[in-house]
Ligand binder design. Structure first.
Ligand SMILES: [Zn+2]
Length: 425
């Protein structure tokens, strides 16, 4: 995910040697197909600025590598010539995405075109198992998924694991995942070593980043190249897609939007600071305002299931409970205020809200959208819509699989199909 092919004018100077340029052009064509699903060679030439002859030549290599397939004929208007169309194929190339969280491991295996081959959620006590036990369990679950994918005819090109915490993506080290009690865990290295003979590259990333990628590739706003995703749990995290790419920052720690300080006189946050956005819009803030008798952290009370709390609030809202209605209006306004900071910074077309935000979207969104429209300086010229995610709990593992697909798209020559032919760029 390190090289972005430039959108060059035909005939402009190449950025590197011929092999690198050809790899970049193959990648450019695959990205267009990923974003637009079905295109003719002429469409690709038009959108990429590459010569028609170059596109035909690149397509020949992608067909040989079985990364694209012909999908019939498209007619451009009543008198236009019929054009042969192509789509991503790669049924023999697999991408394995996984997520580990406090109480489960989720698996999502696809082929290159996004066809789902494996999808599971396994109960797992991450804290009780300790880091070593969790790594062994992840490896066992990955091994079973790889077997299932191979039976379906796809060999995984890699594994990506989503983790709820700060991740050094270059080294594959989980710097800090407080809810898992992990600190400086070299997860990629450990998993690679336990997986041994499978010899699969392992990547690790933050769960909100990967959920954002899933929204971009297959969610409610799929294909929107400027998109922000917000997790809505007790904590609030964010993933930012700019120009169709995940924004990670210098160390991979971008997207800690829950700790934007929105009220210097506000309540103490779990991070030790005061007035962070998640103290206003996190699930704990909503429960405290909507059902104070069930607030988080009250002494002598068992911790109820977060899903139950959210469905209790949804029931109350549906019945018109005034305290809950006021609470959700207030949280909605803070949601719109924080969203406006992100919109003023990144100019996204869409902010997708996940987690409990999505469950209560019909009550939260009107307040949040009003506030957002009021506070975004470029509105209404650059309207940013808030929309509810439809991906549910599987978003992060789905995004992890998308990241493996992106790696293949970034360097399609790494896939062993047939030998690349020496050809002009
Ligand atoms: Zn904080």
């Amino acid at each position: 995910m390190s090289y972005k092919p430039p959108n060059r004018a035909p005939g402009s100077a190449p950025p590197a040697g011929p092999a690198a340029l050809r790899r970049a052009n193959l990648s450019l064509v695959l990205r267009e197909l990923r974003d637009h699903k079905v295109l003719s060679r002429a469409d690709i030439a038009e959108t990429t600025g590459l010569h028609r002859a170059t596109v035909s030549n690149l397509m020949a290599e992608l067909l040989e590598r079985r990364l694209v397939r012909e999908v019939g004929v498209r007619h451009a208007g009543a008198v236009g010539r019929p054009r042969r169309a192509v789509a991503l194929h790669g049924a023999h190339v697999g991408a394995l995405g996984m997520e580990i969280n406090v109480d489960y491991i989720a698996v999502h295996g696809t082929d290159l075109s996004g066809r789902i081959l494996v999808e599971r959620r396994i109960v797992h006590d991450a804290v009780g198992s300790g880091p070593d036990g969790s790594v062994r369990r992840l490896a066992a679950v990955a091994g079973q998924a790889v077997e299932a994918m191979r039976r379906a005819g796809a060999t995984p090109a890699g594994i990506a694991v989503a983790v709820p915490g700060l991740v050094d993506v270059t080294r594959g080290v989980v710097t800090l995942a407080p809810n898992l009690s992990w600190h400086e865990l070299p997860l990629a290295e450990r998993l690679t070593s336990v997986l041994g003979p499978l010899r699969l590259p392992v990547r690790v990333d933050n769960d909100a980043n990967l959920a954002a990628l899933a929204e971009y590739t297959s969610g409610v706003a799929a294909g929107t190249p400027y998109l922000v995703y917000l997790t809505g749990e007790v904590g609030v995290g964010g993933g930012i897609i700019l120009d169709g790419r995940l924004l990670r920052g210098a160390d991979g720690f971008s997207g800690e939007v829950g700790h934007l300080q929105v009220d210097p006189d506000g309540a103490q946050c779990g991070c030790g600071r005061a007035g962070c956005w998640e103290t206003k819009v996190g699930l704990a803030a909503l429960v405290r305002a909507a059902m104070p008798e069930q607030a988080y952290g009250l002494p002598g009370r068992p911790v109820p299931d977060p899903g139950e709390r959210v469905s209790d609030i949804a029931d109350g809202l549906a019945a018109g409970d005034p305290r809950m209605t006021a609470a959700v209006a207030q949280v909605g306004e803070w949601l719109g205020l924080g969203g406006s900071i992100l919109a003023n910074l990144f100019n996204p077309r869409v902010i997708v809200i996940g987690g409990y935000f999505a469950s209560l979207a019909r009550w939260l969104l009107p307040h949040a959208q009003d506030q957002l429209d009021r506070l975004v300086v470029a509105a209404p010229a650059a309207r940013c819509r808030l929309v509810a995610s439809t991906l549910g709990f599987g978003a992060a593992s789905r995004g992890a699989a998308s990241m493996v697909v992106s790696d293949v798209i970034d360097d399609p020559t790494a896939i062993i199909g047939t030998s690349p032919r020496p050809a002009p760029v």
